[in-house]
Write a protein that binds this ligand. Structure first.
Ligand SMILES: C[S@@+](CC[C@H](N)C(=O)[O-])C[C@H]1O[C@@H](n2cnc3c(N)ncnc32)[C@H](O)[C@@H]1O
Length: 222
């Protein structure tokens, strides 16, 4: 899978088909989290989320794990254009399935429209690996597509998501073929959903998950 070919066109395709809806979804819950110190972002793409994160939290130190070199170049030039080149951002060009994050090193993890790139068996491998990077009390912002609960909204989201998978499989050789709900895996690895908002007739959601803070629980008990 590679987004290199699609990367130069990603922004205008998003503007044409989704206008600002995806960006609103990415940042929907940024106001609901405390200022993070160390942030780990997977599959950032061309840097729209990253720039907004740094505007709101200029002191954050950010590690971006992104497979596409073209996406990384686009994200870097977006930061330059936004006057954010001095921000503390490390770009790691790597496949998330093989890159191992430092354990318990981050207080915020972010995956925007990233988990939908993977098959269920890959997520069963990847989610525990990503989860291990979160310290006790860490938050994980997941923004992504979902199939709406019922009725016409459900039919609409199935149709749109089906078309998107066809398109992305053609352009990027995406591994995923259908949406897999990451929630059970996040729960199984110690995260609880603090807040979730739905948008675009239930087809988009953003959720803040929080890892149990076992150290402070232990301090309270002793
Ligand atoms: C659908 S795009 C989403 C980009 C951006 N986060 C957004 O909100 O639009 C998926 C991104 O994840 C990256 N990606 C896909 N598979 C990856 C992998 N195995 N390891 C690291 N990055 C990956 C792609 O290069 C691309 O930038």
């Amino acid at each position: 899978m590679s987004f290199d070919r699609l990367a130069p066109h990603y922004r205008w395709i998003e503007a044409l088909f989704a206008r600002e809806r995806l960006q609103r979804c990415r940042v929907a819950l940024l106001d609901a989290i405390p200022p993070p110190e160390r942030v780990l972002i997977y599959g950032e793409g061309n840097g729209r989320f990253l720039a907004e994160l740094l505007r709101r939290f200029p002191a954050a130190r950010v590690t971006v794990v992104e497979e596409s070199g073209v996406m990384i170049d686009l994200a870097r030039s977006r930061l330059r254009r936004a006057g954010l080149e001095a921000a503390k951002v490390e770009f790691v060009q790597a496949d998330a399935l093989s890159w191992e994050p430092a354990a318990s090193a981050f207080d915020l993890i972010v995956t925007c429209f990233f988990l939908d790139c993977f098959r269920g068996d890959q997520l069963r491998f990847l989610i525990p690996r990503i989860a291990s990077a979160g310290e006790g009390g860490a938050r994980w912002v997941v923004s992504d597509f979902q199939i709406a609960a019922s009725g016409l909204r459900r039919a609409r989201s199935r149709f749109v998501v089906g078309i998107l998978y066809l398109f992305f499989r053609m352009m990027t050789r995406l591994s995923g073929r259908e949406l897999v709900d990451p929630a059970p895996l996040l729960q199984a690895h110690g995260f609880t959903c603090e807040r979730c908002v739905e948008m675009d007739h239930g087809m988009l959601y953003s959720a803040v998950w929080r890892r149990a803070d076992t150290a402070s629980q232990a301090r309270r008990i002793t």
